[in-house]
Design a protein. Structure first.
Length: 139
């Protein structure tokens, strides 16, 4: 069994964003040479997310509105975590809702998606450099 590991780096200028990283993950898969197996993609920061969904701007807007209603950024003082001097308690909660990682099957050297599925990096506390791990195992 072969394995491959690569880090993707992001520095999102906004506090929140959803970035389609499917092409970058596909490039990792091609670089790996693995034709059958699994791809794990996970955010390596506790205020960011990786998830699979549709690449449709209205849906991304709806995600953002929904998450902000569930865990609004302000008032910052409403979160005990922010008593430590941080201002990102909401980002931790948003990450927990959207998830840390995704696993996608690899079949015949391609990501084995259902219709419309794409891989996204969700940033909830941007303006600094963060990474995503791509780990591929298989033959």
């Amino acid at each position: 069994m072969k394995h491959f590991r690569k880090e993707l780096w992001f520095n999102v200028p906004a506090r929140r964003a959803f970035i389609n990283i499917t092409n970058q993950v596909e490039a990792c898969l091609q670089e790996s040479g693995i034709r059958e197996g699994l791809v794990l993609v996970n955010a390596m920061h506790i205020s960011a997310s990786v998830f699979v969904n549709d690449d449709e701007s209205g849906l991304h807007h709806d995600f953002d509105v929904f998450l902000e209603k569930l865990a609004p950024h302000e008032p910052i003082a409403s979160y005990r975590h922010n008593d430590t001097g941080e201002d990102n308690a909401d980002a931790h909660i948003k990450r927990q809702i959207m998830g840390r990682e995704t696993v996608v099957a690899v079949t015949q050297g391609k990501l084995d998606f259902g219709p419309w599925e794409q891989i996204f990096y969700g940033e909830f506390d941007g303006k600094r450099r963060k990474r995503v791990l791509v780990k591929i195992i298989g033959d």
